[in-house]
Design a protein. Structure first.
Length: 494
């Protein structure tokens, strides 16, 4: 028994990422050792023909991850956890704490009429821009679909806050997700009381507001209203754990990319399943209004997204290079040996890839390089737009950091470096130097760093190192400059 205890790893911090497709958990020990486990999402359903999730599966999914960690000899009784949850999930609870309906997801965009009403009454002047997927209009739409819900409704919250409630017994509304759902006033981060009243919603349906990154409380030893046997068992397993007010998944991705709260000189490009361009700005900085805007603790996170990034590349591999599935490092070596004079652009039209007529004549290395080039060109377009998002009187960007799964490719890094050199001459061009199983799991890692925030607010500064990207040789640089010019990113006489 004593030898087994000596081999066990104590998780001190944990970050959960609940996405549309699965639940993942990353943990970290005091000595820096990390582990990462994941399970598929359960409970996807429709409610009035709109995408939603039955959340009754949630405690079993969390327990499944803890089981995986236990098999890897991790313990987590003293762990501090934070959750990053798909933004815009809406939970409705009744008098006994019971779920009144499935949680409508971010994919529900039915509240178009409600958005028009909120805009007409001037709600956007206090809560910021409103979209149909946001909880504020979505709640109005839901109550219109099922009118008996109004008399049953006691609490409205996000899925992340509901998970914290079921673990601690404390009902809170974390600012990260609430601010991006029209539930808070942008300037004060207080509950949007006036907008709710005008929309015939009751402000007392919503929990007290708590700044994300602050402690919600310890896992409750007492019964929690609305719990079932699975929640009871889970709380017993986590009896001494703490829960920190969580983040929306976009905020978590920014944190996991290594952005610091007051680092206004850095843009992080995450080439993951989706590609994201992340930038932090002060709350009062004037913007052109083309980027999505989320909370970043005391500041704002600007985000632009390429919906398909690694997903695009995975589709190419599955279709044209299936023998390299699970062997992408070997495919990257094929790129390094390819004749780049055969590079081609892959078009994206209507959500589909359009390959050039001579695609079948290219080598595997040329095809893979062409796909990576095409993806990065799209990311560079977004990067240029992000640079333009803040007028010239705002802070200038002097650091560009690339992270995410595709950053493992030397060629992909070279396209990034050549592009940034022309978009922002003199800036540092870096790649993430993180190691370990959480290296590319930015949302889960962001949740983990958020769990560390009460004890170490600047954890991202030390736990997200970066290094310079090596320059490509002259021949590679020539080909890449040609494509960057052809794509309109720089002038032909540059």
């Amino acid at each position: 028994m004593s030898s087994k205890k000596s081999r066990a790893f104590q998780a001190i911090w944990g970050g959960c990422d609940l996405s549309t497709t699965g639940l993942a958990l990353g943990v970290r020990a005091v000595d820096g050792r990390e582990a990462y486990v994941q399970t598929k999402m359960r409970g996807a359903v429709k409610w009035h023909d709109e995408p939603a999730f039955q959340l009754e599966q949630t405690p079993r999914m969390i327990a499944a991850l803890l089981d995986q960690l236990q098999q890897l000899e991790w313990t987590f009784e003293e762990c501090t956890f934070s959750f990053a949850v798909r933004q815009h999930d809406m939970v409705l609870l009744g008098e006994e704490g019971q779920l009144l309906m499935p949680a409508l997801s971010w994919q529900c965009n039915a509240a178009v009429r409600e958005v028009e009403r909120l805009r007409a009454m001037g709600a956007e002047t206090t809560v910021g821009r409103i979209e149909p997927r946001f909880i504020l209009p979505k709640l109005m739409w839901t109550l219109r679909q099922d009118r008996k819900l109004r008399s049953q409704l006691v609490n409205v919250m996000t899925t992340g806050d509901w998970i914290a409630l079921m673990l601690t017994g404390k009902s809170r509304l974390s600012t990260s997700d609430a601010l991006s759902n029209g539930l808070l006033e942008q300037r004060s981060k207080r509950l949007a009381h006036d907008a709710m009243v005008k929309a015939s919603l009751k402000p007392d349906w919503f929990p007290p507001v708590l700044q994300s990154g602050r402690l919600v409380g310890r896992v409750s030893r007492s019964a929690v209203p609305g719990e079932d046997v699975h929640w009871t068992a889970l709380r017993q397993r986590l009896a001494s754990a703490r829960i920190v007010a969580g983040l929306g998944d976009n905020h978590a991705t920014g944190v996991g990319c290594g952005l610091e709260e007051s680092d206004f000189q850095t843009i992080v490009v995450s080439a993951g399943t989706s590609g994201t361009i992340n930038r932090v700005v002060r709350p009062n900085v004037e913007l052109r209004g083309h980027a999505a805007c989320f909370e970043y603790y005391r500041n704002r996170l600007l985000l632009m997204m390429l919906a398909d990034c690694c997903k695009w590349y995975d589709r190419y591999v599955a279709r044209f290079a299936p023998e390299y599935v699970g062997r992408l490092d070997q495919l990257n070596r094929e790129i390094e040996n390819a004749d780049l004079s055969g590079l081609r652009r892959v078009l994206r039209i209507g959500g589909k890839e359009i390959y050039p007529p001579d695609w079948g004549q290219l080598t595997i290395g040329q095809q893979a390089a062409s796909t990576q080039l095409s993806i990065m060109l799209e990311l560079l377009l977004l990067l240029r737009a992000m640079l333009d998002e803040v007028p010239e009187n705002g802070p200038s960007v002097t650091r560009f950091v690339l992270t995410g799964g595709l950053s493992q490719s030397t060629f992909f890094r070279h396209v990034f470096q050549v592009g940034v050199r022309h978009l922002a001459p003199g800036a540092r061009v870096l790649v993430s130097a993180r190691r370990g199983p959480l290296r590319y799991q930015t949302a889960a890692y962001g949740a983990l760093l958020n769990a560390m925030r009460p004890s170490d607010p600047r954890a991202a500064a030390t736990l997200c190192p970066s290094r310079n990207i090596s320059a490509p040789n002259a021949s590679t640089r020539k080909y890449l400059k040609y494509w960057i010019q052809a794509f309109g990113l720089i002038d032909n006489d540059d």
